[in-house]
Design a protein around this ligand. Structure first.
Ligand code: CMP
Length: 395
């Protein structure tokens, strides 16, 4: 049996994991965001002299409480680090060190600095303690769900991004040097050195244009024009690279998500892995809450649906039929090219795989066995609907 101390630790770790990852722990995560927001607001308000003068004790108390909560969180996460799957083979102290050096550990430590600063006697409303508190805002990195995607996109596109950065640097340094040579005789007090004219080059290349330093010679203005246009091109290139990277990453993520759901539908798994991977690219996952109408009787049908999780109720004119995981609906409108024959409503949270009409007809020519199975079930339903008027059924 595990020692009691380790049991408490593993339970605490499981609770932390739950609060970090589980969709049901959203209120807990929102609570943490609220604490962070309150702390940041208190820091911002304490920098307004009038407010600070009247509410200093309250603001100080809020900042201290938020800082203490972060200190406790840091301590607990550090203590439970040996329970993390990636650190399981390490000794507790090495696991804790490794966690402390991770992004989460470093950000956690920065968020704790205000407590250390206050404890060390730094005046709470001084600029130094405010600056420490700004470290809290870094915690948002840990709460942003798309941060992992952004990191993956940057890593995947690092070679292309590096090339654009090199172009950026070439334009920046050559523009700063040329302008320094051209402008120095006319404005020796402004373009005092190459680093000083680098400031002008950065402001111009990023199309910010503060206007504090401007070229006055014709040559300088010409260089300035080239730099401004290059700035727009470089930014457009960066945007394009990141946007394409995001789209590809999203496609990969969606492929995996669809694959997970497709694997729960026997009609697809029976096709074998190769054919299944072909159809995965044509399906989209849609998540529906309970009591949501998916199709309405009489409307035009442009897609059919496979249920991977949950349940729907088909309201045929003469009663209702329940369909669960593995079943499909919406095929009749595509096969018969007629309006929907029934209304379909979810009865529980439901995950559906959508196959649009254009892809359905393409699949029909590639995977005839799938469409034959769908056609056979549609025929059974047609017969059932015609032969069982005014009946409430459940399958
Ligand atoms: P469609 O007509 O496109 O839209 C409504 C869907 O309800 C229909 O396709 C079938 O998929 C489904 N449906 C109709 N009748 C039955 C039935 N008797 N049993 C199960 N599903 C049905």
């Amino acid at each position: 049996m595990a020692p009691p101390d380790s049991t408490i630790r593993s339970r605490t770790y499981a609770t932390l994991q739950y609060s970090d990852d589980d969709p049901k722990a959203r209120p807990w995560r929102n609570g943490r965001l609220l604490v962070l927001g309150t702390g940041l607001l208190a820091v911002a308000l304490s920098s307004i002299d009038d407010l600070a003068a009247h509410h200093e004790p309250a603001l100080t108390a809020i900042i201290a409480i938020v800082a203490l909560l972060f200190l406790v969180e840091y301590g607990v996460r550090l203590w439970t680090a040996p329970e993390m799957i990636q650190f399981r083979d390490l000794t507790p102290s090495v696991a804790r060190l490794r966690w402390a050096a991770s992004l989460q550990g470093v950000i956690g430590l920065l968020a704790v600095l205000p407590v250390v600063a206050i404890a060390a006697g730094v005046d709470n409303d001084s600029d130094a303690s405010s600056a420490f508190c700004i470290a809290w805002v870094l915690k948002l990195i840990l709460y942003a769900p798309a941060m992992g995607t952004l990191t993956r996109v940057i890593v995947n596109e690092r070679a292309t991004l590096a090339s654009v950065l090199v172009i950026f640097l070439i334009v920046l340094i050559s523009a700063a040097t040329t302008t320094y040579i051209l402008e120095r005789p006319r404005q020796p007090e402004v373009f005092t050195s190459i680093p000083a004219s680098l400031w002008w080059a950065v402001v111009t290349l990023t199309t910010t244009g503060y206007g504090d330093v401007v070229p006055l010679t014709t040559g300088g203005k010409m260089v300035g024009s080239v730099v401004m246009v290059s700035g727009i091109l470089v930014l457009a290139l960066m945007t394009g690279i990141l946007a394409t990277g995001f789209a590809e990453e999203e496609k990969r993520r969606e492929y995996l998500q669809v694959w997970d759901q497709v694997a729960k539908v026997p009609i697809f798994t029976a096709l074998g892995t190769v054919t299944m991977s072909e159809i995965v690219g044509k399906l989209r996952v849609r998540l529906y809450p309970p009591r949501m109408r998916v199709v309405r009787q009489g409307e035009a049908g442009d897609s059919m649906f496979f249920i991977s999780e949950g349940e729907v109720e088909v309201r045929v004119p003469h009663g209702s039929v329940k369909l669960g995981p593995g079943a499909f609906f919406g095929e009749m409108a595509l096969l018969d090219r007629r309006p929907r024959s029934a209304t379909v409503v979810t009865t529980q949270p439901t995950a559906l795989l959508v196959l649009y009409a254009s892809d359905f007809y393409r699949v029909a020519s590639h995977i005839p066995s799938l469409v034959e199975a769908v056609e056979a079930e549609a025929q059974r339903r047609r017969t059932e609907n015609e032969s069982r008027p005014n009946r409430t059924d459940s399958t």
